[in-house]
Write a protein that binds this ligand. Structure first.
Ligand code: PMM
Length: 280
């Protein structure tokens, strides 16, 4: 899943793709690079960010959604607003990626039920300007799992088909670096639910902290190799998708992980052919 942030202030690429024509060209380039899904967002969710008015979000997102749907691309829209989601679905969007998992806008759950679209339920505890104060957990893996399943219950009670739901541990959303690493190491808990799982580690602060020099976090633009490493490890565990800013590194990483998993499955079946004499 390639990220298209049509925002002036996203932490990793803010302002680069604010003009619709530039965002569209960037998204098309990501398709050429092997992205299967494009995730279009018009509101930054970086820590501390304030909400943007609905009209501004629509103005940013809709021209890009319309052009990419016209190309036949599989379009996801990163929004917490049911009104934006509705217009995007009317324009042919395939998925709504709601970082609040339906908590920010009570109308979202009914819309998703009514429209039967794919829906990403991201783990979220509160808006970006206050989320860092909400980063306390007893056991982050168990707590995130439980809170996500509460959202799943609310969605299915409203009539959302379980097969449409995608779970996301919400790395960086009310989570510090330690919590993010715990959630990655504990991905099997979410995978064990049987729902598809999406992971969004791309260029996030915890990778900058890991690769810091002299106490200075590595800048977001230099975090793509670490992102690709997370993509490989997450794909090897069996996640459904990774949400990334730099597509080629993660496409290759996912291919490696897929080949690795296929070989593992073959070994488990005991059907490997040994000694063909050829070095692949
Ligand atoms: N992270 C960001 C935005 N949207 N959506 C999902 N499902 N998961 C994420 O981890 C996620 C997201 C923040 O990153 P960005 O500002 O670079 O897009």
């Amino acid at each position: 899943m390639g990220v298209v942030n049509v925002t002036p202030d996203s932490f990793s690429d803010g302002g680069q793709w604010l003009e619709p024509e530039v965002a569209i060209a960037h998204a098309r380039h990501m398709l050429d690079q092997g992205a299967d899904i494009l995730d279009i967002g018009g509101e930054s969710t970086r820590p501390g960010a304030a909400r943007v008015p609905e009209a501004v979000e629509l103005e940013r997102v809709m021209p890009v959604v319309t052009a990419l749907v016209g190309d036949g691309a599989r379009v996801s829209v990163d929004t917490m607003r049911a009104t934006v989601a509705e217009q995007a679905l009317d324009a042919g969007a395939w998925c709504i990626n709601d970082v609040s998992g339906g908590l920010a806008d009570p109308a979202m759950v009914d819309l998703v039920a009514e429209r039967g679209c794919e829906y990403v339920v991201n783990h979220w505890r509160g808006p970006s300007d206050v989320m860092n104060e909400m980063a306390t957990y007893d056991d982050v893996v168990a707590d995130v799992h439980r809170e996500l399943m509460e959202r799943v219950e609310a969605l299915t009670a409203a009539g959302v088909d379980e097969s449409r739901i995608i779970l996301d541990p919400g790395l960086g959303f009310a989570k510090d670096a330690h919590a993010n690493w715990q959630l990655l190491a504990g991905l099997d808990t979410l995978l064990g639910t049987g729902f598809r799982v999406l992971v969004g580690a791309s260029r996030k602060r915890f990778l900058g902290d890991l690769l810091a020099r002299d106490g200075v976090p590595l800048l977001p633009m230099y975090r793509d190799r670490a992102t690709a490493a997370v993509s490989a490890l997450a794909a090897a565990r069996g996640v459904w998708a990774v949400r990334v800013h730099d597509v080629p590194g993660s496409v290759d990483a996912v291919r490696v992980a897929t080949a690795w998993r296929a070989a593992e499955a073959e070994l488990r079946q005991g059907s490997t052919t040994i000694g063909t004499g050829e070095i692949a």
